[in-house]
Design a protein around this ligand. Structure first.
Ligand code: PLP
Length: 473
Protein backbone atom coordinates (compact mmCIF):
# COMPACT_ATOMS: atom_id res chain seq x y z
CA UNK A 1 0.00 0.00 0.00
CA UNK A 2 1.65 3.22 -1.10
CA UNK A 3 1.16 6.46 0.88
CA UNK A 4 -1.45 7.71 -1.60
CA UNK A 5 -3.61 4.61 -1.14
CA UNK A 6 -2.96 4.77 2.58
CA UNK A 7 -4.30 8.33 2.74
CA UNK A 8 -7.50 7.35 0.94
CA UNK A 9 -8.01 4.25 3.05
CA UNK A 10 -7.24 6.12 6.25
CA UNK A 11 -9.85 8.80 5.49
CA UNK A 12 -12.39 6.08 4.92
CA UNK A 13 -11.40 4.41 8.19
CA UNK A 14 -11.56 7.61 10.18
CA UNK A 15 -15.09 8.21 8.92
CA UNK A 16 -16.04 4.71 10.00
CA UNK A 17 -14.37 5.25 13.39
CA UNK A 18 -16.15 8.55 13.96
CA UNK A 19 -19.50 6.96 13.09
CA UNK A 20 -18.77 4.09 15.44
CA UNK A 21 -17.74 6.34 18.29
CA UNK A 22 -20.78 8.52 17.75
CA UNK A 23 -23.03 5.70 18.80
CA UNK A 24 -21.67 2.21 19.52
CA UNK A 25 -25.12 1.67 21.05
CA UNK A 26 -26.44 1.07 17.54
CA UNK A 27 -24.80 -2.34 17.58
CA UNK A 28 -26.00 -5.31 19.62
CA UNK A 29 -23.71 -5.29 22.65
CA UNK A 30 -23.10 -9.05 22.36
CA UNK A 31 -22.52 -10.70 18.98
CA UNK A 32 -25.03 -13.20 17.73
CA UNK A 33 -22.52 -15.88 16.66
CA UNK A 34 -21.95 -19.52 17.49
CA UNK A 35 -18.49 -20.89 18.29
CA UNK A 36 -16.55 -21.48 15.07
CA UNK A 37 -18.88 -19.34 12.95
CA UNK A 38 -16.37 -16.55 12.35
CA UNK A 39 -13.47 -18.97 11.79
CA UNK A 40 -15.47 -20.81 9.16
CA UNK A 41 -15.64 -17.62 7.08
CA UNK A 42 -11.89 -16.99 7.17
CA UNK A 43 -9.80 -18.46 4.36
CA UNK A 44 -7.67 -21.45 5.31
CA UNK A 45 -4.51 -19.87 3.94
CA UNK A 46 -3.04 -16.41 3.64
CA UNK A 47 -3.66 -15.06 0.11
CA UNK A 48 -0.90 -15.50 -2.42
CA UNK A 49 -1.57 -12.12 -4.03
CA UNK A 50 -2.22 -8.89 -2.16
CA UNK A 51 -5.86 -7.79 -1.93
CA UNK A 52 -7.50 -4.40 -2.27
CA UNK A 53 -8.19 -2.37 0.83
CA UNK A 54 -11.87 -2.28 -0.21
CA UNK A 55 -12.13 -6.07 0.01
CA UNK A 56 -10.36 -6.23 3.35
CA UNK A 57 -12.42 -3.42 4.81
CA UNK A 58 -15.63 -4.96 3.57
CA UNK A 59 -14.75 -8.19 5.41
CA UNK A 60 -13.94 -6.16 8.50
CA UNK A 61 -17.41 -4.65 8.40
CA UNK A 62 -19.28 -7.82 7.52
CA UNK A 63 -17.32 -10.49 9.31
CA UNK A 64 -15.39 -8.95 12.17
CA UNK A 65 -17.71 -6.26 13.50
CA UNK A 66 -20.73 -8.58 13.86
CA UNK A 67 -18.49 -10.98 15.76
CA UNK A 68 -17.35 -8.39 18.29
CA UNK A 69 -18.55 -7.70 21.81
CA UNK A 70 -18.87 -3.93 21.97
CA UNK A 71 -17.04 -3.02 25.14
CA UNK A 72 -17.78 0.65 24.74
CA UNK A 73 -21.47 0.17 24.13
CA UNK A 74 -23.36 2.32 26.64
CA UNK A 75 -25.22 -0.83 27.69
CA UNK A 76 -22.04 -2.73 28.51
CA UNK A 77 -22.34 -3.40 32.24
CA UNK A 78 -20.21 -6.55 32.38
CA UNK A 79 -16.93 -7.31 34.21
CA UNK A 80 -15.18 -3.99 34.79
CA UNK A 81 -15.14 -1.38 32.05
CA UNK A 82 -12.30 -1.23 29.55
CA UNK A 83 -13.34 2.26 28.67
CA UNK A 84 -11.59 4.28 26.02
CA UNK A 85 -12.26 7.69 24.50
CA UNK A 86 -11.77 9.60 21.23
CA UNK A 87 -8.49 11.27 22.30
CA UNK A 88 -7.11 7.92 23.40
CA UNK A 89 -8.06 6.37 20.04
CA UNK A 90 -6.37 9.26 18.22
CA UNK A 91 -3.18 8.72 20.19
CA UNK A 92 -3.28 4.99 19.44
CA UNK A 93 -3.46 5.87 15.73
CA UNK A 94 -0.34 7.96 16.09
CA UNK A 95 1.42 5.28 18.15
CA UNK A 96 0.69 2.80 15.39
CA UNK A 97 1.81 5.25 12.75
CA UNK A 98 5.12 6.00 14.46
CA UNK A 99 5.57 2.27 14.95
CA UNK A 100 8.34 2.81 17.47
CA UNK A 101 9.63 0.09 19.75
CA UNK A 102 10.33 1.99 22.95
CA UNK A 103 12.46 -0.42 24.93
CA UNK A 104 15.26 2.02 25.78
CA UNK A 105 15.60 5.77 26.11
CA UNK A 106 17.66 5.84 22.93
CA UNK A 107 15.10 3.88 20.92
CA UNK A 108 12.73 6.85 21.40
CA UNK A 109 13.71 9.48 23.95
CA UNK A 110 10.31 11.21 23.77
CA UNK A 111 8.47 7.99 24.59
CA UNK A 112 10.56 7.39 27.71
CA UNK A 113 10.42 10.96 28.94
CA UNK A 114 6.70 11.32 28.25
CA UNK A 115 6.15 8.07 30.18
CA UNK A 116 8.13 9.47 33.13
CA UNK A 117 6.08 12.64 33.06
CA UNK A 118 2.74 10.81 32.72
CA UNK A 119 3.54 8.57 35.69
CA UNK A 120 4.26 11.71 37.70
CA UNK A 121 0.98 13.28 36.57
CA UNK A 122 -0.92 10.14 37.54
CA UNK A 123 0.81 9.84 40.92
CA UNK A 124 -0.14 13.43 41.58
CA UNK A 125 -3.74 12.94 40.40
CA UNK A 126 -4.34 10.00 42.74
CA UNK A 127 -2.43 11.78 45.51
CA UNK A 128 0.19 9.08 45.90
CA UNK A 129 2.69 10.02 48.63
CA UNK A 130 6.20 11.01 47.57
CA UNK A 131 8.70 8.22 47.09
CA UNK A 132 6.89 6.19 44.43
CA UNK A 133 8.25 6.03 40.87
CA UNK A 134 6.02 4.86 38.04
CA UNK A 135 6.30 2.85 34.86
CA UNK A 136 3.64 1.57 32.47
CA UNK A 137 3.09 -2.21 32.44
CA UNK A 138 0.80 -3.98 29.99
CA UNK A 139 -1.66 -5.28 32.58
CA UNK A 140 -2.28 -5.43 36.32
CA UNK A 141 -1.62 -9.17 36.12
CA UNK A 142 1.91 -8.55 34.84
CA UNK A 143 2.41 -5.79 37.42
CA UNK A 144 1.51 -8.14 40.28
CA UNK A 145 3.89 -10.76 38.92
CA UNK A 146 6.60 -8.09 38.57
CA UNK A 147 6.00 -7.03 42.18
CA UNK A 148 6.22 -10.56 43.58
CA UNK A 149 9.33 -11.34 41.55
CA UNK A 150 10.93 -8.17 42.88
CA UNK A 151 9.93 -9.09 46.45
CA UNK A 152 11.51 -12.52 45.94
CA UNK A 153 14.77 -11.16 44.57
CA UNK A 154 14.98 -8.41 47.19
CA UNK A 155 14.48 -10.96 49.99
CA UNK A 156 17.01 -13.38 48.53
CA UNK A 157 19.51 -10.70 47.56
CA UNK A 158 19.30 -11.93 43.98
CA UNK A 159 20.07 -15.55 44.92
CA UNK A 160 17.03 -17.02 43.14
CA UNK A 161 17.96 -15.20 39.95
CA UNK A 162 21.48 -16.59 40.21
CA UNK A 163 20.99 -20.10 41.59
CA UNK A 164 17.35 -20.91 40.97
CA UNK A 165 14.57 -21.47 43.47
CA UNK A 166 15.90 -24.79 44.79
CA UNK A 167 19.19 -23.28 45.98
CA UNK A 168 18.39 -19.59 46.37
CA UNK A 169 14.81 -19.81 47.57
CA UNK A 170 13.33 -20.08 51.05
CA UNK A 171 10.13 -21.63 52.30
CA UNK A 172 8.26 -18.42 51.44
CA UNK A 173 4.58 -17.71 51.95
CA UNK A 174 2.45 -15.09 50.19
CA UNK A 175 -0.79 -13.67 51.63
CA UNK A 176 -3.86 -12.24 50.00
CA UNK A 177 -7.59 -12.36 50.68
CA UNK A 178 -10.16 -14.91 49.57
CA UNK A 179 -11.56 -12.13 47.33
CA UNK A 180 -8.29 -11.29 45.55
CA UNK A 181 -8.12 -11.48 41.77
CA UNK A 182 -6.95 -14.72 40.14
CA UNK A 183 -3.89 -12.87 38.82
CA UNK A 184 -2.44 -13.18 42.35
CA UNK A 185 -2.72 -16.98 42.15
CA UNK A 186 -1.18 -16.86 38.68
CA UNK A 187 1.72 -14.69 39.85
CA UNK A 188 2.38 -16.95 42.86
CA UNK A 189 2.48 -19.93 40.53
CA UNK A 190 4.71 -18.28 37.93
CA UNK A 191 7.11 -16.78 40.47
CA UNK A 192 7.79 -20.27 41.75
CA UNK A 193 6.31 -19.92 45.24
CA UNK A 194 3.72 -22.63 44.62
CA UNK A 195 -0.01 -22.26 45.18
CA UNK A 196 0.29 -24.28 48.40
CA UNK A 197 2.21 -21.34 49.78
CA UNK A 198 -0.50 -18.81 49.02
CA UNK A 199 -2.65 -18.07 52.07
CA UNK A 200 -6.13 -16.75 51.37
CA UNK A 201 -6.97 -14.65 54.41
CA UNK A 202 -10.64 -14.39 55.34
CA UNK A 203 -12.77 -11.30 54.72
CA UNK A 204 -15.27 -9.32 56.79
CA UNK A 205 -18.99 -8.92 56.02
CA UNK A 206 -18.08 -6.32 53.36
CA UNK A 207 -15.64 -8.73 51.65
CA UNK A 208 -12.52 -6.79 52.74
CA UNK A 209 -9.46 -8.60 54.10
CA UNK A 210 -9.38 -9.05 57.91
CA UNK A 211 -6.02 -7.69 59.14
CA UNK A 212 -6.28 -9.86 62.27
CA UNK A 213 -6.64 -12.93 60.07
CA UNK A 214 -3.51 -11.84 58.20
CA UNK A 215 -1.57 -11.36 61.44
CA UNK A 216 -2.66 -14.78 62.74
CA UNK A 217 -1.75 -16.54 59.51
CA UNK A 218 1.72 -14.97 59.55
CA UNK A 219 2.33 -16.07 63.16
CA UNK A 220 1.12 -19.60 62.39
CA UNK A 221 3.42 -19.83 59.39
CA UNK A 222 6.44 -18.61 61.32
CA UNK A 223 5.72 -21.18 64.03
CA UNK A 224 5.61 -23.84 61.33
CA UNK A 225 9.07 -22.77 60.14
CA UNK A 226 7.87 -20.98 57.02
CA UNK A 227 9.08 -17.56 55.83
CA UNK A 228 6.28 -15.00 55.32
CA UNK A 229 7.34 -12.83 52.37
CA UNK A 230 4.61 -10.65 50.89
CA UNK A 231 1.01 -9.60 51.10
CA UNK A 232 -1.16 -8.50 48.17
CA UNK A 233 -4.00 -6.22 49.26
CA UNK A 234 -6.83 -5.22 46.93
CA UNK A 235 -8.44 -1.83 46.57
CA UNK A 236 -11.62 -2.66 44.68
CA UNK A 237 -11.96 -6.44 44.55
CA UNK A 238 -13.17 -7.94 41.30
CA UNK A 239 -16.34 -9.51 42.61
CA UNK A 240 -17.67 -6.62 44.68
CA UNK A 241 -15.13 -3.71 44.74
CA UNK A 242 -14.35 -4.24 48.43
CA UNK A 243 -11.49 -2.13 49.74
CA UNK A 244 -8.95 -3.92 51.93
CA UNK A 245 -7.93 -1.74 54.91
CA UNK A 246 -4.44 -0.70 53.84
CA UNK A 247 -3.51 1.06 57.07
CA UNK A 248 -4.12 -2.01 59.24
CA UNK A 249 -2.66 -4.39 56.67
CA UNK A 250 0.33 -2.05 56.27
CA UNK A 251 0.91 -2.07 60.03
CA UNK A 252 1.01 -5.88 60.01
CA UNK A 253 3.31 -5.84 56.98
CA UNK A 254 5.67 -3.39 58.67
CA UNK A 255 5.72 -5.31 61.95
CA UNK A 256 6.27 -8.65 60.20
CA UNK A 257 8.64 -7.30 57.56
CA UNK A 258 6.37 -8.28 54.65
CA UNK A 259 6.50 -6.77 51.17
CA UNK A 260 3.17 -5.05 50.45
CA UNK A 261 1.72 -4.86 46.94
CA UNK A 262 -1.59 -3.08 46.37
CA UNK A 263 -3.75 -4.20 43.47
CA UNK A 264 -6.09 -1.31 42.68
CA UNK A 265 -6.62 -2.38 39.06
CA UNK A 266 -10.13 -1.02 38.69
CA UNK A 267 -10.79 1.26 41.66
CA UNK A 268 -7.47 3.10 41.77
CA UNK A 269 -8.71 5.59 39.18
CA UNK A 270 -11.36 6.71 41.68
CA UNK A 271 -8.59 8.32 43.77
CA UNK A 272 -8.55 11.22 41.30
CA UNK A 273 -11.70 12.21 43.24
CA UNK A 274 -10.82 13.89 46.54
CA UNK A 275 -13.90 12.28 48.14
CA UNK A 276 -12.54 8.81 47.27
CA UNK A 277 -8.97 9.30 48.51
CA UNK A 278 -9.83 7.29 51.63
CA UNK A 279 -9.37 4.14 49.52
CA UNK A 280 -5.61 4.68 49.69
CA UNK A 281 -5.45 5.49 53.37
CA UNK A 282 -2.25 3.68 54.42
CA UNK A 283 -0.79 3.41 50.89
CA UNK A 284 2.49 4.77 52.30
CA UNK A 285 3.09 1.28 53.72
CA UNK A 286 3.05 -0.22 50.20
CA UNK A 287 6.21 -1.23 48.37
CA UNK A 288 4.40 -1.34 45.04
CA UNK A 289 0.95 -0.59 43.67
CA UNK A 290 -0.87 -0.86 40.37
CA UNK A 291 -3.98 0.66 38.85
CA UNK A 292 -5.34 0.48 35.32
CA UNK A 293 -6.10 3.64 33.36
CA UNK A 294 -7.25 1.05 30.78
CA UNK A 295 -10.14 0.16 33.04
CA UNK A 296 -11.66 3.38 34.30
CA UNK A 297 -9.64 6.33 33.03
CA UNK A 298 -10.74 6.51 29.39
CA UNK A 299 -7.45 5.11 28.07
CA UNK A 300 -7.36 2.29 25.56
CA UNK A 301 -6.22 -1.13 26.69
CA UNK A 302 -3.34 -1.72 27.46
CA UNK A 303 -2.12 0.72 30.06
CA UNK A 304 -1.40 -0.25 33.69
CA UNK A 305 0.25 2.29 35.94
CA UNK A 306 2.72 0.53 38.22
CA UNK A 307 4.46 2.36 41.04
CA UNK A 308 7.37 1.19 43.13
CA UNK A 309 9.32 2.67 46.02
CA UNK A 310 12.48 0.78 45.18
CA UNK A 311 13.51 1.26 41.57
CA UNK A 312 16.91 -0.36 42.22
CA UNK A 313 15.25 -3.56 43.44
CA UNK A 314 12.99 -3.55 40.36
CA UNK A 315 15.86 -3.04 37.94
CA UNK A 316 18.14 -5.59 39.56
CA UNK A 317 15.34 -8.14 39.21
CA UNK A 318 14.73 -7.53 35.51
CA UNK A 319 17.89 -6.05 34.06
CA UNK A 320 19.55 -7.84 31.18
CA UNK A 321 22.16 -5.85 29.30
CA UNK A 322 23.66 -7.75 26.39
CA UNK A 323 26.16 -5.91 24.27
CA UNK A 324 23.68 -5.29 21.46
CA UNK A 325 21.37 -3.33 23.78
CA UNK A 326 24.00 -1.06 25.34
CA UNK A 327 23.71 2.64 24.49
CA UNK A 328 25.74 5.78 25.11
CA UNK A 329 23.33 7.12 27.71
CA UNK A 330 22.62 4.08 29.88
CA UNK A 331 24.04 5.74 33.00
CA UNK A 332 21.92 8.88 32.69
CA UNK A 333 18.50 7.63 31.57
CA UNK A 334 15.70 5.20 32.35
CA UNK A 335 15.67 2.19 30.06
CA UNK A 336 12.20 0.86 30.70
CA UNK A 337 13.08 -2.52 29.15
CA UNK A 338 14.67 -3.22 32.56
CA UNK A 339 11.54 -2.29 34.53
CA UNK A 340 9.44 -5.32 33.64
CA UNK A 341 9.23 -8.60 31.75
CA UNK A 342 9.15 -7.84 28.01
CA UNK A 343 12.03 -6.26 26.18
CA UNK A 344 9.90 -4.57 23.54
CA UNK A 345 7.54 -1.82 24.60
CA UNK A 346 4.73 0.07 22.87
CA UNK A 347 4.51 3.85 23.12
CA UNK A 348 1.65 3.84 25.62
CA UNK A 349 2.31 7.16 27.35
CA UNK A 350 1.02 9.04 24.32
CA UNK A 351 -2.60 7.99 24.87
CA UNK A 352 -2.40 8.97 28.53
CA UNK A 353 -1.06 12.38 27.54
CA UNK A 354 -3.86 12.87 25.03
CA UNK A 355 -6.54 11.75 27.51
CA UNK A 356 -5.26 13.76 30.47
CA UNK A 357 -4.87 16.91 28.38
CA UNK A 358 -8.14 16.54 26.47
CA UNK A 359 -10.35 16.04 29.50
CA UNK A 360 -8.26 17.64 32.20
CA UNK A 361 -8.49 16.36 35.75
CA UNK A 362 -11.86 18.05 36.23
CA UNK A 363 -13.33 16.51 33.08
CA UNK A 364 -12.25 13.03 34.14
CA UNK A 365 -13.57 13.60 37.65
CA UNK A 366 -16.95 14.61 36.23
CA UNK A 367 -17.18 11.37 34.21
CA UNK A 368 -16.23 9.13 37.15
CA UNK A 369 -18.66 10.99 39.41
CA UNK A 370 -21.39 10.42 36.83
CA UNK A 371 -20.72 6.68 36.84
CA UNK A 372 -20.73 6.57 40.63
CA UNK A 373 -23.97 8.55 40.73
CA UNK A 374 -25.59 6.21 38.16
CA UNK A 375 -24.54 3.23 40.29
CA UNK A 376 -26.07 4.96 43.33
CA UNK A 377 -29.33 5.43 41.42
CA UNK A 378 -29.37 1.81 40.25
CA UNK A 379 -28.64 0.56 43.75
CA UNK A 380 -31.53 2.64 45.07
CA UNK A 381 -33.88 1.15 42.48
CA UNK A 382 -32.81 -2.39 43.41
CA UNK A 383 -33.07 -1.61 47.10
CA UNK A 384 -36.60 -0.22 46.72
CA UNK A 385 -37.83 -3.32 44.90
CA UNK A 386 -39.28 -5.93 47.26
CA UNK A 387 -38.06 -8.86 45.12
CA UNK A 388 -34.40 -7.90 44.87
CA UNK A 389 -31.53 -7.90 47.31
CA UNK A 390 -28.28 -5.92 47.42
CA UNK A 391 -25.31 -8.14 48.27
CA UNK A 392 -22.38 -5.77 48.88
CA UNK A 393 -21.49 -2.10 49.41
CA UNK A 394 -21.08 -0.04 46.20
CA UNK A 395 -18.35 2.56 46.73
CA UNK A 396 -17.68 2.91 42.98
CA UNK A 397 -19.57 2.02 39.79
CA UNK A 398 -20.53 -1.56 40.64
CA UNK A 399 -23.76 -2.89 42.16
CA UNK A 400 -23.96 -6.55 43.24
CA UNK A 401 -27.51 -7.79 43.54
CA UNK A 402 -29.84 -10.71 43.00
CA UNK A 403 -33.46 -11.55 42.47
CA UNK A 404 -35.03 -12.86 45.68
CA UNK A 405 -38.77 -13.46 45.30
CA UNK A 406 -40.55 -14.39 48.51
CA UNK A 407 -40.66 -18.02 49.59
CA UNK A 408 -37.82 -19.24 47.37
CA UNK A 409 -34.95 -21.23 49.01
CA UNK A 410 -31.22 -20.59 48.56
CA UNK A 411 -30.55 -23.40 46.08
CA UNK A 412 -33.43 -22.32 43.90
CA UNK A 413 -32.38 -18.66 44.08
CA UNK A 414 -29.07 -19.54 42.48
CA UNK A 415 -30.80 -21.29 39.60
CA UNK A 416 -33.30 -18.50 39.24
CA UNK A 417 -30.63 -15.81 39.03
CA UNK A 418 -28.69 -17.86 36.51
CA UNK A 419 -31.86 -17.97 34.47
CA UNK A 420 -32.28 -14.17 34.79
CA UNK A 421 -28.73 -13.73 33.52
CA UNK A 422 -29.25 -16.15 30.69
CA UNK A 423 -32.39 -14.30 29.58
CA UNK A 424 -30.57 -10.96 29.83
CA UNK A 425 -27.97 -12.41 27.44
CA UNK A 426 -30.70 -12.60 24.82
CA UNK A 427 -31.20 -8.86 25.08
CA UNK A 428 -29.34 -6.87 22.48
CA UNK A 429 -28.94 -3.65 24.39
CA UNK A 430 -27.24 -4.63 27.62
CA UNK A 431 -24.65 -7.03 28.96
CA UNK A 432 -24.18 -8.01 32.61
CA UNK A 433 -21.99 -10.71 34.13
CA UNK A 434 -22.06 -12.55 37.45
CA UNK A 435 -19.98 -13.64 40.40
CA UNK A 436 -20.39 -15.47 43.69
CA UNK A 437 -20.31 -13.60 46.98
CA UNK A 438 -20.03 -16.09 49.80
CA UNK A 439 -22.16 -18.89 48.49
CA UNK A 440 -24.56 -16.62 46.65
CA UNK A 441 -24.79 -16.35 42.88
CA UNK A 442 -24.88 -12.66 42.21
CA UNK A 443 -25.50 -10.33 39.28
CA UNK A 444 -22.98 -7.55 38.70
CA UNK A 445 -24.08 -4.22 37.23
CA UNK A 446 -20.84 -2.42 36.41
CA UNK A 447 -21.24 1.13 35.14
CA UNK A 448 -18.23 2.80 33.54
CA UNK A 449 -18.48 3.42 29.80
CA UNK A 450 -17.76 6.99 28.80
CA UNK A 451 -21.06 7.29 26.92
CA UNK A 452 -23.32 5.61 29.49
CA UNK A 453 -25.99 8.02 30.68
CA UNK A 454 -28.93 7.87 33.05
CA UNK A 455 -31.37 6.68 30.41
CA UNK A 456 -29.18 3.66 29.59
CA UNK A 457 -29.14 2.62 33.24
CA UNK A 458 -32.87 3.25 33.65
CA UNK A 459 -33.51 1.17 30.54
CA UNK A 460 -31.30 -1.61 31.91
CA UNK A 461 -33.36 -1.68 35.10
CA UNK A 462 -36.58 -1.79 33.06
CA UNK A 463 -35.23 -4.76 31.10
CA UNK A 464 -34.10 -6.57 34.25
CA UNK A 465 -37.46 -6.10 35.97
CA UNK A 466 -39.18 -7.09 32.72
CA UNK A 467 -37.21 -10.34 32.55
CA UNK A 468 -38.12 -11.07 36.15
CA UNK A 469 -41.82 -10.42 35.43
CA UNK A 470 -41.61 -12.86 32.53
CA UNK A 471 -40.02 -15.46 34.82
CA UNK A 472 -42.75 -15.00 37.38
CA UNK A 473 -45.33 -15.81 34.74
N1 PLP B 1 -6.86 -7.14 39.68
C1 PLP B 1 -8.15 -6.85 39.83
C2 PLP B 1 -8.66 -6.44 41.17
C3 PLP B 1 -9.02 -6.94 38.72
O1 PLP B 1 -10.31 -6.69 38.89
C4 PLP B 1 -8.49 -7.33 37.48
C5 PLP B 1 -9.38 -7.44 36.30
O2 PLP B 1 -10.54 -7.17 36.33
C6 PLP B 1 -7.14 -7.60 37.38
C7 PLP B 1 -6.34 -7.51 38.50
C8 PLP B 1 -6.52 -8.02 36.08
O3 PLP B 1 -6.36 -6.90 35.26
P1 PLP B 1 -5.51 -6.98 33.91
O4 PLP B 1 -6.44 -7.43 32.86
O5 PLP B 1 -4.99 -5.59 33.72
O6 PLP B 1 -4.42 -7.97 34.13
Amino acid sequence: MDPKKFRKAAHRLVDWMADYLEDPGEYPVLPDVEPGEVRAQIDDEAPGQGEDFEAIFSDFENLVVPGMTHWNHPGFFAYFPANHSPPSVLAEMLTATLGAQCMSWETSPAATELEEAMMEWLADLIDLPRGFTGVIQDTASSATLVSLLTAREAAADGEVGRKGMAKGGRDWVIYTSTEAHSSVDKAVKLAGFGLENLRKVGVDEDFAMCPDGLAEAVVADREAGKVPLAVVATVGTTSSTAVDPLREIGAVAEREDLWLHVDAAYAGSAAILPEKRWIFDGIEYADTMVFNPHKWLLTNFDCSAYFTKDVDALISTFQASPEYLKTRHDREVSNFRDWGIPLGRRFRALKLWFVLRSYGADGLRAILRRHIELARWFRGAVDDHPDFEILAPSPFGLVCFRYTPEGVGEAELDEMNQEVLSRLRDEKSLHLTHTRLGEKFCLRMSIGQWQTEGHHVERAWEIITGVVEELRR
